[in-house]
Design a binder for this molecule. Structure first.
Ligand code: MN
Length: 411
């Protein structure tokens, strides 16, 4: 008699126990697990193309920052994604690497080939299938029960090859809640270890997002066997707020992108969610493994490699975040930086405070800049320079050369 099947059954049972233990551990710890999709959803943004070696560079920076899992690409859709994932094997060893798949076997096979060589507990697939009436009718031309069958068939196929299997009903936020919960229940029974809630078109508000999570927690009794992940788009400027509302409601995994890049108005911005959690531990009471001091350099790296520049006012990474031209703020910052900052630059690995000289500046900032440049000017001289600054043409930057010129003009 061949003992192989019995051995395999025992191995499978052990693997199942380990998997359950890991999920229970994550749930009990209350930790917020960050999943990054800069390299997949972020790169889907028009104009943001990354070469495989650039993806690897970003993946390394994300690994250093403490990301839990990395949505590394869509192997069935592009050879470049396969190449990027192949470069990550053996190098990106801390986060789980996941590959995106449609609910078709060939996509799962492509993911298996791309991720070959990574240990089972560090690789997974992320399956998606449209579930909303709009997607069922216009995109898939399938009934509710047909879509359910596609989901369960593909999830069980994926579970035969991977220990980590995520399933996301695309356009979940426009799917009937009872049907959505049915999709989740059956996906978990078929072997899904994470269920995702994507607000694919980015239309929810924080209250409605939290209501969805509550409905899923109530309507999916087997959710004790899977992690709950959320994925928000920023079409109403609410992606970060929605993500935080779901964390408050108990979501385990949050999917974000660096600088919030992504389809249309982008995704929830990783650095913003991390900092909100870091500054409001008293409210969320959830731990996480992200190193906030790596955030600003990470934002710069992604902007540089994607070619998608960071808006000046963008939280955390924008050029204006630690710069001010207003006299009252400059005076306060010189006395104590905390007077006009929610957090200091070093908290996010940002650059120095910048007191920008311009029409709105005050004498204190001008005197401070002159002292930095070791130019000695008395109070009357500073006042005269201030007057000249106020009369400079619109848009004139008061850089070092300009300031030296003004000093010469006042004699
Ligand atoms: Mn998306």
């Amino acid at each position: 008699m061949n003992s192989q099947p019995a051995t395999k059954r025992i191995a499978d049972r052990i693997a199942e126990k380990v998997r359950h233990a890991i999920i229970s551990h994550h749930k009990r710890s209350g930790k917020v697990l960050f999943s990054d999709t800069t390299l997949r959803d972020g790169e889907q943004m028009p104009g943001a193309t990354l070469e495989p070696h650039e993806k690897l560079q970003i993946a390394k920076a994300l690994q250093e920052t403490g990301i839990h899992s990395l949505d590394a690409g869509f192997p069935a859709s592009s050879e470049a994604d396969v190449e990027a994932i192949r470069m990550m094997i053996g190098v990106i060893t801390k986060p789980v690497l996941t590959a995106l798949c449609r609910t078709v076997r060939t996509d799962i096979d492509a993911a298996e080939r791309a991720l070959d060589g990574n240990p089972l507990h560090k690789k997974g697939v992320s399956l998606f299938c449209g579930t909303s009436p709009l997607h069922r009718t216009y995109k898939l031309n399938r009934s509710r029960s047909e879509v359910l069958k596609i989901i369960t068939d593909s999830v069980s196929y994926a579970a035969s090859k991977f220990r980590i299997v995520a399933f996301s009903p695309e356009d979940a936020s426009r799917t009937e809640v009872d049907y959505l919960c049915q999709c989740y229940r059956e996906a978990i029974d078929a072997g899904a270890t994470t269920i995702g809630f994507p607000d694919t078109v980015g239309l929810l508000t924080p209250e409605k997002a939290a209501d969805f999570i509550k409905a899923i927690q109530d309507g999916v009794p087997n959710l004790n066997r899977a992690l709950l992940a959320v994925h928000f788009h920023n079409d109403l400027g609410l992606a970060v707020a929605n993500t935080l509302a779901c964390i408050q409601q108990g979501a385990n995994v949050v999917q974000c992108t660096v600088n919030g890049i992504g389809e249309r108005a982008g995704n929830a911005s990783l650095e913003e969610v991390v900092m909100a959690l870091a500054l409001h531990g008293d409210q969320y009471k959830r731990s996480f493994d992200m190193d906030t001091t790596k955030l600003a350099p990470l934002c710069q790296l992604v902007a540089q490699l994607t070619g998608i520049s960071i808006p000046r006012m963008k939280p955390i990474g924008g050029a204006n975040i630690f710069a001010t031209e207003a006299g009252i703020h400059q005076d306060g910052l010189l006395k104590n930086p905390d007077t006009y900052l929610p957090f200091r630059p070093e908290k996010v690995g940002g650059g120095d405070l910048q007191l920008v000289l311009g029409r709105h500046s005050g004498r204190k900032a001008v005197a401070h800049r002159l002292a930095e440049l070791a130019i000695s000017v008395d109070d009357a001289g500073v006042a005269a320079i201030m007057e000249l600054i106020k009369r400079q043409p619109k848009g004139q930057v008061i850089d070092e050369a300009t300031l030296r010129r003004l000093v010469r003009e006042v004699g």
